[in-house]
Design a protein around this ligand. Structure first.
Ligand SMILES: [Zn+2]
Length: 351
């Protein structure tokens, strides 16, 4: 099968390590597994970290990249009841063992053997992918019908943003959330979820065109973090009170301002560190202000079912930036590297 693969795992090299080539087919599905003929795969910032070489990253080569994907069920193993061959499905990229203490408690993203497609496992920019049956969901009927690129764009960012805002930060109607870097998939989805939950959304970007797009998608207040002092602006906008929730995906570059923007008793929720993972924290400020600093990664099966249900109600339709054919996958990665996108960058695997 054709696939977009990483040809070396040492640190550095990035996009130069990518190749489009023929690799052995994904294995035939065992009991409880399904094999999906991928039509489109969406990229995430995670894929750039994989290209640059994550710590502890000794992987079998060639390593297929990509976490998100959508396609048609091609074959199923025994004991698969949720889908049949021919079904149009999306993949949930978080693969749990479905047996450990945390899985049995329904917290699949806390699984002690949690793995992500394209990071720890072979990925989705390939003609075939084999996954556990609970990791596929039938694509809901929408009008107009969800395109393959949209379906591929859905799972990782929507599941991540939903758990961050709804489950972890418990954002409520009437509250205010600050969301950094609105071009990224998680931030854009966080904006839509904040509005669905009835909250006021303050969003930032360094790009005025993205801020204009964010206003069309429901952002109440937009700030250009290149030309404006975000913490000062937020404190002025909230009468020095600060926001109830900060949605962090940036890390080192925004952390200090995130804390300056947080109200007494506020919640900061983070799922990423695109500018760097090391930050400082004055514990006296944390306990004095009763802050909750919350980590979050992906989500559990119940949360995935909930976002798929809401997609079916037309609430969480993904925003697609651009679609590239697989033979030009490197250009898709280049666009992601430059941070030019608004929404998801997608690779069309087969048409
Ligand atoms: Zn588990």
């Amino acid at each position: 099968m054709r696939a977009c693969v990483l040809t070396a795992t040492e640190l550095g090299g990035g996009i130069d390590k990518l190749a489009i080539t023929d690799v052995p087919d994904a294995p035939a599905p065992q009991a409880g597994e399904v094999r999906v003929a991928i039509r489109a795969a969406a990229l995430n910032h995670l894929d750039l970290f994989v290209l640059e070489g994550l710590p502890g990253g000794a992987r079998a080569l060639p390593h297929i990249v990509g976490a998100d994907g959508a396609g048609v069920v091609e074959a199923i193993g025994s004991r698969v009841a949720n889908v049949r061959p021919g079904d149009r499905v999306m993949l949930n990229p978080g693969i749990s063992d479905y047996t450990c203490e945390f899985c049995q408690a329904g917290e699949h993203s806390l699984c002690v053997n949690y793995k992500l497609l394209g990071e720890h496992l072979q990925g989705t920019v390939a003609e075939l992918v084999t996954v556990p049956a609970p990791n596929v969901a039938r694509i809901p009927q929408l009008s107009p019908e969800l395109a393959w690129a949209e379906a591929a764009s859905f799972s990782l960012v929507t599941l991540t943003a939903w758990r961050m805002l709804f489950t972890r930060a418990q954002l409520k109607s009437g509250e205010t959330a600050l969301i950094w870097g609105i071009g990224g998939g998680v931030s854009l989805t966080a904006l839509r979820i904040a509005k669905l939950l009835g909250a006021r959304a303050i969003v930032t970007s360094s790009d005025d065109a993205k801020l204009a797009a964010a206003r069309r998608l429901g952002a109440d207040i937009t700030l250009n973090h290149r030309t404006q002092k975000v913490a000062q602006e937020v404190r002025a906008l909230t009468n020095k009170r600060g926001v109830d929730v900060v949605v962090e995906t940036v890390g080192a570059a925004t952390w200090d301002d995130s804390l300056r923007c947080l109200r007494r008793g506020g919640r900061l929720v983070t799922c990423g560190a695109t500018s760097g993972p090391l930050v400082s924290l004055d514990l006296r400020r944390m306990f004095w202000h009763h802050w909750s600093l919350l980590g979050s990664t992906m989500g559990n099966a119940a949360e995935y079912a909930e976002v798929v249900r809401r997609l079916g109600e037309g609430q969480l339709r993904p925003v697609v930036d651009r679609v590239y054919p697989m033979e030009r996958a490197r250009e898709a990665f280049e666009r992601l590297t430059k941070g030019e996108q608004l929404g998801k960058v997608v690779v069309e695997v087969s048409s």
